[in-house]
Ligand binder design. Structure first.
Ligand SMILES: [Zn+2]
Length: 253
């Protein structure tokens, strides 16, 4: 279980931060890999993953005897880690991996770019989820108001592209003001907005055919995929954030 934590925290990994972790062979000079494997933080991601993969195999045997499912987490930043994630997925593990890209469809492009084959992506990837954080209006100082005609127009013009239409009847939004509690920013805390790309049979087929992310996105929209902006609109309608804040994070108009 300890190793799982390492992999999910791989960005921040330092020995100081994780003094309890003993069974991972890492750090400069302690492994046989060329220096190019080492990243700036001075650890070898590949080595961690190889060690991790050995542990997965141990875990796999355990899981088979105990009948428990194994959940694995990785960060697919390089070909090696992405391939390990794919191999683990293909051998029946439930793999969760972070990947840095702009949205859930671009995950496919990113995986292709780091060298994972279309066949591997199509046969292994089940779902891709993207998240972005937006600031939440300060509950202490925000001023409730009606949506302006311009705001309604912008929201529904964009939403219609994804077969969504909002009814503003009785709906309010907020003008941010600023108070002591929110350091005069008008916002207090943040909230996540999300989108999910399900890798359906049709999407799989497009991936294997090397279709562009535009083609894949269009097919996904046909099948009900709702992008980040739609969840953002939902959160504006629920009063969590404002159109201006959403635009500052997603640049939608
Ligand atoms: Zn405030």
């Amino acid at each position: 279980m300890e190793n799982k934590q390492i992999i999910s925290d791989i960005n921040d990994y330092t020995v100081e931060k994780h003094p309890n972790i003993k069974n991972v062979q890492i750090i400069e000079g302690k492994n046989n890999f060329p220096i190019s494997w080492l990243n700036q933080q001075g650890y070898c991601e590949y080595q961690i993953c190889l060690q991790y993969f050995k542990d997965i195999k141990v875990g796999q045997t355990k899981a088979m005897t105990q009948g428990t499912a194994e959940h694995e987490k990785l960060e697919a930043r390089f070909k090696e880690t992405a391939e390990i994630a794919m191999q683990a997925g293909q051998t029946g593990h439930y793999v969760l991996s972070t990947i840095h890209t702009i949205d859930s469809v671009e995950v496919l492009t990113r995986l292709r770019k780091i060298g994972v084959s279309n066949y591997d992506i199509g046969s292994t990837l089940a779902t891709s989820l993207s998240q972005r954080l937006v600031r939440r209006v300060c509950p202490d100082c925000a001023q409730e108001r009606d949506f302006t005609e311009e705001e309604k127009e912008i929201i529904n013009r964009i939403a219609r592209k994804y077969h969504v239409e909002y009814d503003f009847k009785g709906k309010k939004t907020y003008t941010t003001v600023g108070c002591e509690k929110c350091n005069n920013t008008g916002f207090y805390g943040r909230i996540g907005i999300f989108e999910v790309l399900n890798i359906t049979e049709n999407i799989k087929e497009l991936i294997v055919k090397d279709a562009s992310s535009i083609e894949i996105r269009n097919k996904a929209i046909e099948e009900g995929y709702k992008p980040l902006v739609i969840d953002g609109f939902n959160k504006i309608m629920e009063g969590y954030t404002t159109l201006q804040e959403l635009n500052s994070k997603l640049v939608i108009y």
